[in-house]
Design a protein around this ligand. Sequence first.
Ligand code: ZN
Length: 259
Amino acid sequence: MSESIEKIAELIVHSRRIVVFVGAGLSTESGIPDFRSPGGVWDKYDPQDFYFQRFLASESSREKYWQMATEMYEAMKDAKPNQAHLAIAELERLGKLDCLITQNIDGLHFKAGNSPDKVLELHGTAMHVTCLSCNKRYERDAIQGRIAAGDKAPRCDECKGPLKPATISFGQAMPARETQAAYDHSAACDLFIVIGSSLVVQPAAQMPLVAKQNGAKLVIINRDETACDAVADYVVSAQAGPTMAAVIERVRGATSVRD
Ligand SMILES: [Zn+2]
């Protein structure tokens, strides 16, 4: 494994346009439960209640949705970025990061220090709330304050439209701008690094292949096997945090020697 880490660090040092793609594995290493795992939130609720169409359909569905969303938010709002988040933020500071594509909704990349113009949130964010009628955006904490005060399905101050966390729900279209930008950056990079994703969800699974087909090197760091392992240049089957900490330490050493 340490040989792979050396090689990955070397690739980073010699690459000019790096795209990092991250998934749920990064969040679980920060103590955020995987909501789809047994014993998770989904076991207690009927997943059908969380389809976007149902959210639109009735006040009682919206109340159930907010009850579940509140529980999920409680589990993530105080989470701290781990070593992998910090390593990715350092890639940005070193001028190495072209773009970070994330499937996570917990906002930890921003807490780690990445800037909003570098991050594409494919599944939206739980840190904001939007009005489905006029698109007005609210801070999540402000709306959670209303929930705590007894409002079961909050509505927009401006237009009374239904408010929903700014996450992409089942049955809701992927954000068009972010998805297109993610493909464009994947096609144009020279190094694509997957961290903490098993690459099973579309369109995620396509992006490493798009990068590879356009000549990029592909690195995968994930605890379990992924669908793209066979075409990757380097695969590290390990936890993201310690692995990325070791990689970035070598990158730091190499870049300071060159300065
Ligand atoms: Zn509104």
